[in-house]
Design a protein around this ligand. Structure first.
Ligand code: ZN
Ligand code: ZN
Length: 241
């Protein structure tokens, strides 16, 4: 059975009486329909950290059991709404990324997740960037760090043949795009990473110039498209988080 994300062989494991297919290469997991809600934070943490790389491929995902194309799972639950889950229409199994598994279990532990989500959302929309930056500075207690480094975490870049991967995380859910500039030809390419507010941002494309020719800057916007943050232009190099 092969991983829907990275295509490596998955391991068949059992945690808290729940059968789990886990990929120790990229850390993704595949649960039975009700299995995801039955595992605890300890198992989630173990599964999410048991990985060799942060390989994220946004192409369509095939069920590891029956190779059916999985579809994104829509849910009215306040916590699940912000977490990209894929579900198999045949065996009803659920696929989840390691980071999302952690986010889900952490959110579940917090009382009144609905209230918490509302608070985070209104905090984010009502306050200006300066308030957000102030909050971040307060949290890290390190005023010398740049605002961008505080908000944007774990930038990862890789290129393999025609495939180009770019990903990063943000502290709060935001919309994001990356502007790539070819330093030789001056060609500018703008790629949207998250068209809705998310904390994990990534693209996979096949039409990029070689990494050695590219510089980039990241633009974060809020739900209304207002710019929250624009990073300085940096040279692109293979970066692992
Ligand atoms: Zn995998
Ligand atoms: Zn299936």
């Amino acid at each position: 059975m092969y991983c829907p994300n990275c295509s490596e062989e998955m391991n068949s494991e059992v945690y808290e009486n729940q059968p789990v297919l886990h990929c120790s290469h990229c850390g993704c997991s595949f649960f039975e329909e009700n299995g995801l809600s039955k595992i605890g934070k300890g198992t989630a943490r173990y599964l999410a950290h048991n990985k060799k790389s942060d390989f994220i491929l946004s192409s369509q995902k095939l069920c590891p059991k029956d190779s059916t194309v999985m579809s994104s799972m829509h849910n009215n639950d306040e916590v699940l709404q912000n977490i990209p889950l894929s579900q198999c229409t045949v065996c009803r199994g659920i696929f989840i990324y390691p980071e999302d598994l952690l986010t889900l279990k952490k959110a579940r532990e917090t009382p009144f997740p609905a209230l918490r989500a509302v608070l985070v959302f209104s905090f984010f929309t009502l306050f200006s960037l300066s308030a957000l930056a102030g909050f971040v500075t307060l949290q890290t207690r390190n005023a010398t760090q740049t605002r961008a480094d505080d908000i944007i975490k774990n930038v990862a870049v890789s290129q393999s043949g025609r495939y180009f991967f770019f990903s990063f995380k943000t502290l709060t859910p935001v919309r994001s795009e990356v502007t790539f500039i070819n330093t030789r030809t001056k060609k500018v390419v703008v790629k949207t990473l998250s068209s809705t507010a998310k904390t994990l941002h990534y693209i996979t494309t096949t039409d990029m110039d070689p990494i050695s020719d590219l510089s980039y800057f990241i633009t974060l916007t809020d739900e209304k498209g207002r710019v929250i943050l624009k990073t300085e232009t940096k040279k692109l190099s293979i970066i692992s988080p």
